[in-house]
Design a protein around this ligand. Structure first.
Ligand SMILES: [Zn+2]
Length: 267
């Protein structure tokens, strides 16, 4: 077991924020959740989930108490998180239904869960604001990532050209075989430029959701986009995959957090 693979970080992000994509490794959960499940809503032992979050945070640079979780519904609702939301999910119930979180508060660790869907983390090092996006194929088709960039601009004055984005491990084109509805939805959002991410194989399609989200980020004006290569459905020794495991599994977490500076958020 390579314990160092407890999480995957960014290779090129500017200083001042933690980027963390969890793996299956390095946790204490048992059975179908073995070993790193960070999702408190999957039926796992809650003490194990909290300990897993502590271990993940110790490796990546946040505290379990900093995490803010949401109930994801494959929509395009974006929620602003504040310091008072810290601990939501692990230490108090989740009430919000949304698929993206933004904040400009330090030590608020925005968290989205995935197990094949595309996680995207956003960081504006100038305005000191961040976003975390859960972009399944429906979220991708509704451009939730572009809407999150717009919301960061509206709320915090972010310039997309200075935002650094990291697209995390997800099901890749090799394994994401679909019917015609998925490519149709991508073309409806992006027009013909979506075709670069769509391969036809017989009567089926293989769709590259990382590339679609990269194109959406570029359309939104985001200056730097890092794409992490891993495929969750190929590498089931390293990641949870809904397509490979169904509901008998844990969840991966994508976490982003502004680290402490001299000007902590007041609320
Ligand atoms: Zn694959």
């Amino acid at each position: 077991m390579e314990q160092e693979k407890i999480f995957i970080g960014s290779e090129g992000a500017p200083a001042g924020a933690v980027f963390c994509f969890s793996t299956k490794r390095g946790g204490v959960s048992e059975g179908i959740y073995e070993s790193m499940n960070v999702d408190p809503r999957r039926g796992d032992n809650q003490e194990h989930v909290i300990e897993n979050c502590r271990r993940l945070g110790a490796a990546a640079g946040f505290a379990a108490e900093d995490l803010v979780m949401i109930n994801q519904v494959h929509g395009d609702t974006i929620i602003k998180a504040a310091a008072a939301d810290r601990g939501t999910g692990l230490f108090r119930p989740i009430e919000a239904e949304a698929d993206a979180l933004i904040t400009d508060c330090e030590h608020v660790a925005l968290t989205v869960f995935t197990a094949d869907c595309t996680p995207i983390l956003l960081y504006d090092p100038v305005r000191r604001a961040i976003g975390a996006v859960h972009s399944g194929w429906r979220g991708t088709a509704s451009d939730i990532v572009g809407k999150t960039v717009s919301r960061m601009s509206a709320e915090y004055g972010c310039k997309p050209s200075v935002i650094y984005a990291v697209i995390g491990p997800c099901i890749s084109a090799c394994c994401f075989e679909t019917e015609g509805d998925v490519p149709d939805a991508m073309r409806a959002q992006l027009g013909e430029s979506a075709n670069a991410a769509i391969n036809v194989t017989g009567s089926k399609y293989h769709v590259d959701l990382k590339l679609i989200n990269k194109l959406l980020l570029e359309r939104a004006g985001v200056g730097n986009v890092e794409v992490i290569k891993h495929c969750t459905a190929c590498e089931t020794d390293l990641f949870w995959s809904h397509r490979r495991m169904g509901l008998e599994r844990g969840s991966l977490a994508a976490v982003i957090m502004l680290t402490r500076t001299a000007n902590p958020c007041a609320d």
